[in-house]
Structure formats: structure tokens, C-alpha cells
Design a protein around this ligand. Structure first.
Ligand code: GLC
Length: 504
């Protein structure tokens, strides 16, 4: 068995913002198909597509009305099948996003639950309860702000850990489990190589707690058996926000899923001691269950790491507010962080556009924002639109080759230098750095061993290969020949710079 996923680089495509074929301003599956050769040339192993299923888009497709239908905004099931076929021809694997914690409020089951009233069969497939007097059944809060319960005219309340348009399924109901086993098979039969499982820690609710309940693992054991029935090592990836790395590791025990996102790494300060600790602990926690560690710096849910890292020195996952940042300094640190990440053992996740050095867009007008968290939050959380701005492919002005029409979120006027066309083949461009790094990475193998290094500097080896990162504020001397550097170096390694070299 190749165990392809153990060191795979998996590229997240956010379908509405990748490439638009029909000019409606929203990206689509045919658009993605035309750009697959770009991903092959970039050197990734697999593509994870955020949801493209039938949805009223209350949460950008994380609110699914029908799990077996492609939303017309994105195309058809035939388009999905063609995309999977093209990807396979190019040597790319395809992972789709499964949203089993909740459906859309327009899902047929939920509509029937509403129509049929209290006590009816379909209400049992979700969490409907009586309140306590005028108050909700308990004090759970929605992750998008406000109570996690919404009251109906008939007096019952229903649970939604996210937006009210995303009612949580009752996973104790056998019809729910049956339905998702069938949905898995539908997409496996169509040829997908795996699933990213949304809110994987949320499916089973306890009496007082809604996350990371032990019961979720029974579900993943069943799913693993289904995945293993299919040829070609189909995988499951957990989006599981658990309190400790050991709890995260439970999702990737040998008879459960294959990988889990490492959000602790994503949120770690850019500080040598912190980075070393999170890397070591991540490797150890996953090794204890025989799973590969994973690494991620950006996604559709957090501010882009280029912008975030400039401020995250104090531990805040920042970058949400429209404060001025120094983009050149942010890019420098982001490139150093990426080169560190790609040298680590295990599997790495890239989010579309980070290979172009895209910054978070901080000045979107409120009227353009679509993130439900932005509109519902009482605080200043939920600014997730700034990392979802459509990609710039070519040209000097919006939509920068994104498609024949506009783009659903406005692109900044100063992105001409960041397009794929502007960076392709240009030495020193961020795109060239990613391509080279992904190509060199293929030869890396073996465990990580830390090397002695001055304060503020991290150094480790994997066989003959070494990665050295300066997270401090002063330059340090280096010797030997450099394979790849995140920023120019000569005989010193400047701050916020990573190099790869060969040890002889
Ligand atoms: C996950 C998704 C996020 C979505 C939420 C609700 O965290 O990554 O985008 O809003 O689940 O489905």
C-alpha cells in the first residue's frame, strides 16, 4: 500500500472563489476543471473542495439541502464526475467536504419537521425541545453568536450550533446514520478519494456538552469500514476542535479517520520555543496512534497567515480588523512559516492563494460581506470574507482572470503583481518558492531530529536534509550550501527567514 496520504500536500479549493467559467461572479466546477493543470504544476497531491452541494448558501454551502445534488451555482453532478476524472488523469486526488453535523433549514427533513409539528417523526431527526419557561432549553451558544436555540411559533425550540439556517441533526436517530452512510457511498462510487468532515467533533451531543463526545468515534469506525471497502485508499479528514492534541488523536486511531487538522499549530505564536513545542507535541500525539501529523497555516475560516502572523506574536489569532499592516514584512514571515511547515514530516494543507502570497483583504465594505458570522456576531468575530476573495489569475485589473464577469467579493485594485501570470516563472516570486519547495519536498523522508541552534533559531534534520528557521530579531551566521531560502540570504540568516540545506 502506498499510504499516499501520510505525506500528501492537500490544496484547499474554495469553489466560489477559485475560477468562474460562466461569468456569474461565483466560481464553479467547470472553472476549477480548467485550472487543474495549474495545481498539477504547483506540485500538490490532492485537492480538497469546500462544499458545492445544493444549498441556499446561508453559510457559503456549509448548509446543505441535498447531499447528492450539486448546486446549479457550481454546476452538476456530471461536472463533478468530469472534474474527478480530469484530476485523476493529472495524478491529483480529490477530497470532498461532508457536512454531517447539520443540514440546511431547507433540507426536506427539516421542512417536514417544521410542517408536521411537535412530536412528529421528522422532529426526532433534529434536536427539538421545549424551553424552560420563556428561555431556551439550555445556555448553549451558537458559534456564530447568540443562542444556539431558535424558538418556533408552536413553542418548541431547535438546536443550531451555527446559524439558525443550519439545524443540527440528531445522530442518535438511525435514519441520520443510514443517510450519511449512503451519502458516503454515493460520492465514493463517483470516484472521490476521501472526505473532509466538517465539525467532526460535534455530531453527538451530551447532556451538558456538545463537542468531542466519545460517541462520535463509533460513527467514524463505521465510516472507516466503508472507506476501506473501496480500492485506492480513500481517506477521512476530521475537522475536530478538541481541547488537547491527545483528544484530537482519538479521531485518527487506526480504525477511525486518517488525518485531523492541526489547529493548535495554526494558532501557535511565531516564537521559537512555542513552535518547537507544538511541532514536537503534534508529532508525538499522532505517533501514539500511528497517524501522520498534519500542518496547516491558512483556510477559509481564518485570516490569511500572511496577515495574521504579523500580529500573532502575542498569541492572538488576529488580522480581523482593518488596522494598517506592513504587507512586505507579513509576506516575509509567511514565506518563512510555509517553508518551515513544508519541511515537517506528515501531511500539509495549503489554502488557495497562499502560494501567491495573498494578504487578508481587510477593507471589504460591510455591504459586500456574506459571512453569516459577521452579520450575527455581537462582537468583532466572524470576518471570514477577507480570506475568501476570488483568486487573481492574470491581467492588471479586477477580476484578474477570475472569470468573464465580476467577482462575488470585490478584489483589491492593487493585486496585478500577485496574479499567477505575474509570478509564473519569476525567480523569487512566492509562486516560484512554493513550486520549488513542493518539488524538493518529494525527496524528504524520515523522522525529525532537532539540531542545536542559537536562541530564537530552530533547526532540525530529516536524514541529510536540514531546515533552519530564524524566528529571532538578529541575523545568525550560516555555512554550507542552501537548497532553498524563503528570502534572500548570503552568509547570514536574517530574521523571519527559513532555509533548506543539505548536511554533508
Ligand atoms: C466548519 C467550516 C466553516 C463552517 C462551519 C459550519 O467550521 O469550516 O466554514 O462555517 O463548519 O458548517
Amino acid at each position: 500500500m502506498s499510504q499516499w496520504w501520510r505525506d500528501a500536500v492537500i490544496y484547499q479549493v474554495y469553489p466560489r472563489s477559485f475560477a468562474d467559467s460562466d461569468g456569474d461572479g461565483v466560481g464553479d466546477l467547470p472553472g476549477i476543471r480548467t485550472r487543474l493543470p495549474y495545481l498539477r504544476d504547483l506540485g500538490v497531491d490532492a485537492v480538497w473542495l469546500s462544499p458545492f452541494f445544493l444549498s441556499p448558501q446561508a453559510d457559503a454551502g456549509y448548509d446543505v439541502t441535498d447531499y447528492r445534488v450539486v448546486d446549479p451555482m457550481f454546476g452538476t453532478v456530471a461536472d463533478a464526475e468530469a472534474l474527478i476524472g480530469d484530476a485523476h488523469d493529472l495524478g491529483l486526488r480529490v477530497i470532498v467536504d461532508l457536512v454531517p453535523n447539520h443540514s440546511s433549514s431547507e433540507h426536506d427533513w427539516f421542512r417536514r419537521a417544521l410542517a408536521d409539528g411537535p412530536g412528529s417523526a421528522f422532529r426526532k431527526r433534529y434536536h427539538f425541545r421545549r424551553g424552560v419557561g420563556d428561555r431556551p432549553p439550555n445556555d448553549w451558544q451558537s458559534l456564530f453568536g447568540g443562542p444556539a436555540w431558535t424558538r418556533l411559533a408552536d413553542g418548541e425550540w431547535y438546536l443550531h450550533l451555527f446559524a439558525p439556517e443550519q439545524p443540527d441533526f440528531n445522530w442518535d436517530h438511525p435514519a441520520v446514520a443510514d443517510e450519511f452512510r449512503s451519502v458516503l457511498r454515493f460520492w465514493l462510487d463517483l470516484g472521490v478519494d476521501g472526505f473532509r468532515i466538517d465539525v467532526a467533533h460535534g455530531l453527538v451531543k451530551g447532556a451538558d456538552e456538545c463537542f468531542d463526545q466519545d460517541g462520535v468515534h463509533d460513527i467514524y469506525r463505521q465510516w472507516r469500514r466503508i472507506l476501506d471497502e473501496y480500492p485506492g485508499e480513500r481517506i477521512g479528514v476530521a475537522e475536530a476542535w478538541a481541547p488537547t492534541l491527545d483528544r484530537v488523536a482519538n479521531y485518527v486511531r487506526p480504525d477511525e479517520l486518517h488525518q485531523a487538522f492541526n489547529f493548535r499549530y495554526l494558532a501557535a505564536d511565531w516564537e521559537a520555543g512555542t513552535q518547537r513545542q507544538v511541532i514536537s507535541e503534534s508529532i508525538a500525539a499522532m505517533a501514539a496512534v500511528g497517524a501522520p501529523p498534519t500542518w496547516v497555516l491558512s483556510s477559509h475560516d481564518v485570516p490569511r497567515h500572511q496577515t495574521r502572523l504579523m500580529r500573532a506574536v502575542t498569541g492572538e489569532v488576529a488580522g480581523r480588523r482593518a488596522e494598517p499592516v506592513d504587507p512586505a514584512a507579513g509576506l516575509r514571515r509567511a514565506r518563512a512559516a510555509t517553508l518551515l511547515m513544508l519541511a515537517l514530516p506528515g501531511s500539509a494543507y495549503l489554502y488557495q492563494g497562499e502560494e501567491l502570497g495573498l494578504p487578508e483583504v481587510l477593507d471589504l465594505p460591510d455591504s459586500a460581506r456574506q459571512d453569516p458570522a459577521f452579520h450575527r456576531a455581537t462582537g468583532q468575530d466572524g470576518y471570514r470574507d477577507g480570506c475568501r476573495v476570488p483568486l487573481p489569475w492574470s491581467g492588471d485589473a479586477p477580476p484578474y482572470g477570475f472569470g468573464p464577469g465580476d467577482s462575488w467579493l470585490p478584489q483589491p485594485p492593487d493585486w496585478a503583481g500577485l496574479t499567477v501570470a505575474a509570478q509564473e516563472g519569476v525567480p523569487g516570486s512566492t509562486l516560484s518558492l512554493y513550486r520549488r519547495a513542493l518539488s524538493v519536498r518529494r525527496a524528504l523522508s524520515g523522522d525529525l531530529a532537532w539540531l542545536d541552534s542559537p536562541p530564537g533559531v530552530l533547526a532540525f534534520r530529516r536524514g541529510d536534509f536540514a531546515c533552519i528557521v530564524n524566528l529571532g530579531v538578529t541575523s545568525v551566521p550560516i555555512d554550507g550550501s542552501v537548497l532553498l531560502a524563503s528570502s534572500p540570504v548570503d552568509d547570514v540568516l536574517p530574521p523571519d527567514t527559513t532555509i533548506w540545506r543539505t548536511l554533508r
